[in-house]
Ligand binder design. Structure first.
Ligand code: FAD
Length: 282
């Protein structure tokens, strides 16, 4: 825990600043007039459904958007509920670690993904975001903060179990301790073409079972369906082998668009290879 205790900065704030953020949240909760709805005041949202407008000020989450600490030995991070994955990944990668599941959109928050049943390309081997939550502080409707742990009281275990897919109705996650997994510097990609969705589905099932495709390991699995007879699986493998990488961030080449890069004119089963840094991949 030595490094974690020393390392504070813009992204990793330490327990005292976390406690200050919680104090601000609780003060804003106490200020909600009786009978008014309680909601999060957040700058970003990734909900599909529209929200009813509300005149109540919303809960102050401004002090709850960072990582509290990273423990590289235990491979865990304590993360504030409204920390975006972009910031979370930037805080853990210097330790050679990543969250088990990193959703595609940078502004999705850890609390939002855990309560909203997130999923991404590691989920076939590491589950959904809530499955790597080791414990969680939740602000409940009574205004108390409950720490929910798998070995806690019946009430705490029920809160932990019921939280995924509850979308804030059981309370708001204020701090989450999550498991992290080691990364390599790069992700080697294979874009495999399919001309039948049944064949693609069968390949997904086989890879989920064996974690291998054509004798090569698969650490990351996702894909794109362009039409019923043109679809691709994008298979990623962790690697430290040095070599060139592509850049789809728009910084060096505005024309380079990732989803276009995976399409190729080869027959079913043909493969195009690519490489990204781990940060760009995530
Ligand atoms: C275009 C698009 C692409 C998406 N892609 C992916 C993807 O690749 N992978 C993936 O996993 N998901 C994806 N999602 C779904 C997304 O993860 C969920 O909608 C998630 O809940 C959004 O989290 P947020 O942090 O943006 O929360 P918000 O949109 O702000 O809130 C979503 C809901 O969660 C509640 N909530 C937010 N924070 C907390 C908290 N700390 N504690 C309790 N409740 C909270 C809110 O009250 C609200 O009901 C996508 C959604 C969209 C619209």
């Amino acid at each position: 825990m030595g490094i974690a205790a020393r390392l504070t900065g813009p992204l990793i704030v330490g327990p005292e600043r976390h406690a200050e953020g919680v104090r601000r949240l609780l003060a804003s909760f106490a200020a909600v007039p009786p009978g008014e709805p309680v909601r999060l005041a957040k700058k970003t949202s990734n909900l599909f459904r529209p929200r009813a407008s509300s005149s109540s000020p919303g809960l102050d989450t401004t002090g709850l958007t960072r990582v509290v600490s990273v423990d590289p030995d235990a491979r865990t991070a304590d993360v504030q509920g409204m920390c975006t994955y972009e910031d979370l990944v930037d805080a853990t990668l210097p330790f050679g670690l990543m969250p088990y599941v990193v959703p595609q959109l940078k502004t999705i928050t850890l609390g939002g993904a855990v309560t909203g049943l997130g999923i991404e390309s590691t989920s076939f081997r590491l589950g959904l975001p809530h499955e790597s939550v080791l414990e969680m502080d939740v602000l409940t409707g009574t205004g108390e903060i409950v720490t929910a742990r798998p070995d806690g009281t019946d009430r705490e275990r029920a809160l932990l179990r019921g939280f995924p897919n509850s979308y804030g109705s059981l309370g708001y996650a204020v701090r989450l301790r999550i498991a992290l997994e080691p990364v390599a510097r790069y992700v080697g990609l294979r874009h495999v073409r399919f001309d039948s969705l049944t064949a693609l589905q069968e390949a997904v099932a086989r890879i989920a079972e064996e974690r291998i495709y054509d004798d090569e390991e698969v650490d990351f699995l996702d894909g794109v369906v362009f039409s019923a007879d043109e679809s691709y699986l994008c298979l990623g493998r962790r690697t430290d082998e040095p070599g060139p990488v592509s850049d789809y961030s728009g910084v060096t080449d505005k024309q380079a668009v990732f989803y276009r890069s995976i399409r190729h004119g080869g027959p079913a089963g043909s493969v195009v290879r690519d490489r990204l840094t781990i940060r760009d991949y995530l």
